[in-house]
Design a protein around this ligand. Sequence first.
Ligand code: BTN
Length: 311
Amino acid sequence: MLKNADNYISGEQMSRELGISRAAVWKHIKKLKSEGYDILSVTNKGYRLKSVPDCIDVSRISASLKTEYIARNIRYVNVTDSTNDEAKRCSDMPDGSLIIAEVQTAGKGRLGRAWTSPRGAGVWMTLLLKPEIDPYRVSQITLIAGIAVCHAIGKDARIKWPNDIVIGGKKTCGILTEMAAETDRIAYVLCGIGINVNTPDFPAELKDKATSMYIETGVMQDREEVAAKTLNEFERLYNIFIKEGFAPLLDEYRKDCVTLNKKVRLIYDHETVTGTAVDVTEDGALVVDTDKGRLNVTSGEVSVRGIYGYI
Ligand code: BTN
């Protein structure tokens, strides 16, 4: 009704036409406002819609998909705590299902950190996967997702090992993979991808290390296109991975990885070791030459020193 009205429309008219109370109308208006609709309310005049939120149009994602099974089933939620948690709650959905949200109220990052996911600004999505592979190989799915996002964003994007996507040395995407498994059988994998697409700015404490595609280009980006490109590329890589493992994808990863040939600082619980990152192995480990010899790093936090800010 608000969209069709040229001017103000009274609460009374809405309540009459909809057959609900004035209080119920107000409740709905409040909900629309919380979802990003800009609605003016003026005493004695009623309500007028000023603008609608920039919402993800799922049909536009589907129309751009070239996949067989990735994101062929999409669950779109306006608000959720975390798309990974949402996916956990509906893990009976088919292999390849996508959960995508407009806003996350408790977005999760790696190592227990929070992931800021403002409304309308990014692509916050999780793929529900049911691969028949050894659980120890699941971390490689994160690397694949990294390559997929890197290719979707384009020439300026690189991968900071293991799976941060950076532009101009600042992080624009993070990936959080979780899994549910019995001893040697995977029940499901949740590959959560957060891309800062149109985030206008970041709080002071993040400015040095976080960025968005919009900040880097000065142009608002098409979120549906970014999502669809990532999903198309993900399926291509994932099919290779399922059939042949990570080895055939290693060169693509190495090519995109900004960490290689850089001085890195490995920060463990209490210890810091420095060295040079020289390679990535078939298992996805970072090979680092240090004073103490050559290390294969599979976990922990690695930061790269040098001309780049946080990498
Ligand atoms: C990181 O770099 O720390 C990982 C960030 C992962 C964020 C994404 S957004 C979609 C999905 N849902 C979450 O709660 N987290 C991931």
